[in-house]
Write a protein that binds this ligand. Structure first.
Ligand code: PMP
Length: 423
């Protein structure tokens, strides 16, 4: 029973019911928030023990480093070794830093703009124009960085296997294309995990710019919602084998594993890129927060310890994702006016409502006390050409609120669609 194929009587009947549901929703005076992919209090509690680690007197690592002091820009060996195993990368190619991978991404773009990369004929800032590939829908904070630096962002469609390779290959013929955002596993917001074939193609693809960089932001590498733990692809190996050893800037962090504001971020890349990073990072600071790095090693112990923490996250998150999918199916499935992803990991569900109605859905939800991420936020400059995408982030509210929220959202999706059909 597509909403578009109803008789006018049937449509009038549904419109009356949906309008009433919306009035009832408003009368509840809700104050709910599905905007950002923050961990819930329940998830943060999983790592509560970290607040008492490493503990007084426990300040020297097995490799003999006093973590309280200045120094060691690459981070302590023990956490680099632990993380290297988890992200399938040699330890020599992994640096442990402070709490935010986004900070590192900002620095990388900033330093390439000011100084150029090891392969740049000149700093990016001296280019007439810097172009940047943005798989869409994508992560709004990625796009905010490249917007901030005045880069021209070019949307690239996503497929179920990763970004559309034909589009990327064509765009890479332009030497002004200097970089590309990616979230290769459980992508923000589509949940897509790139296949090995796509990863290898991105590693080997010809690029006119000698200093083309792919920010391989593996923020959700370990964030499965099921018992299945996908393999982390050794992207630096693929790049080296393809003769493009410096192409990838690989990111990872414990932000959604331990404490979002007080975790450890990691940067992995070729030796040449890490030396380049160190050259600038050593001027910016004297060393990272190694006390926190050591606390994380004490907390996790080994890769199995990290997996055990991730299991607990999955137990907290999976019912919320299931509730969103169940309500979307129950309330919208039969009307064929919306589509949504069914991710098996990560933090988001990407909802496509009827074309031209996403802004209206968000507006209706807001008026009913439900905060959704702004329509278009998963696109460069916040511009969704079809005005249809909404990113749902069910992690933060308790399960009962997720249900209430989604029921309300479904009402708003239907109401906006009916308004559009009748306009
Ligand atoms: N990358 C992606 C793809 C994310 O979704 C997020 C958090 N929403 C981040 C990076 C932020 O990472 P960090 O906390 O390490 O800065």
């Amino acid at each position: 029973m597509s909403l578009l194929e109803l008789s006018s009587e049937e449509r009038a009947e549904i419109t009356t019911a949906v309008r009433q549901a919306y009035e009832d929703l408003k009368a509840k005076n809700l104050a709910l928030d599905l905007t950002r992919g923050k961990p819930s209090a329940e998830q943060l509690d999983i790592s509560e023990e970290l607040l008492s680690l490493p503990g007084a007197g426990n300040h020297t690592t097995p490799s003999g480093e006093d973590v309280r002091n200045y120094g060691n820009l690459t981070g302590i060996k023990e956490i680099r070794s632990l993380w290297a195993q988890l992200i399938n990368t040699p330890m020599e190619n992994v640096i442990a830093a402070d709490s935010s991978s986004l900070n590192i991404m900002f620095d990388l773009v900033s330093w390439a703009t000011t100084f150029g990369t090891v392969d740049s004929p000149r700093p990016w800032g001296q280019e007439e124009v810097v172009k940047w590939l943005c798989p869409v829908p994508g992560y709004d904070r990625h796009f905010a960085i490249t917007e901030h630096f005045g880069f021209q962002m070019i949307p690239v469609p996503m497929t179920p296997d990763g970004p559309c390779l034909e589009t990327v290959a064509e765009l890479l013929k332009d030497p002004q294309v200097k970089g590309m955002w990616t979230v290769p596993m459980f992508s923000n917001p589509s949940g897509v995990t790139f296949t090995e074939e796509v990863a290898r193609a991105l590693a080997s693809m010809e690029a006119a710019a000698p200093d083309f960089r792919i920010i391989w932001d593996n923020a959700y590498a370990l964030h499965t919602l099921t018992a299945e733990v996908p393999e982390v692809l050794p992207i630096l190996d693929y790049a080296a084998q393809a003769g493009n050893p410096n192409r990838f800037w690989v990111m990872s962090s414990t932000s959604k594993i331990t404490q979002a504001g007080a975790g450890v971020a990691f940067f992995a890349s070729s030796t040449a890129n890490l030396e380049w990073y160190g050259k600038h990072a050593s001027v910016r600071g004297i060393g990272p927060n190694k006390v926190n790095q050591w606390a994380h090693v004490e907390f996790f112990k080994d890769p199995a310890g990290v997996r055990a923490v991730m299991d607990k996250h999955a137990k907290s998150l999976a019912p919320k994702f299931a509730a969103v999918l169940e309500i979307l199916e129950e309330r919208l499935g039969k009307y064929e006016i919306a589509q949504w992803t069914k991710p098996t990991g990560g933090y988001f569900i990407s909802l496509d409502v009827m074309d031209g109605t996403a802004t209206r859905v968000v507006e209706l939800a807001k008026a009913a006390g439900i905060a959704l991420t702004s329509a278009g936020s998963s696109f460069p400059l916040g511009h969704d050409p079809l005005d249809r995408n909404i990113r749902l982030a069910p992690s933060l509210p308790p399960l009962s609120e997720v249900r209430e929220c989604m029921d309300g959202v479904a009402t708003c999706v239907l109401l906006a669609a009916l308004e559009k059909i009748q306009a």
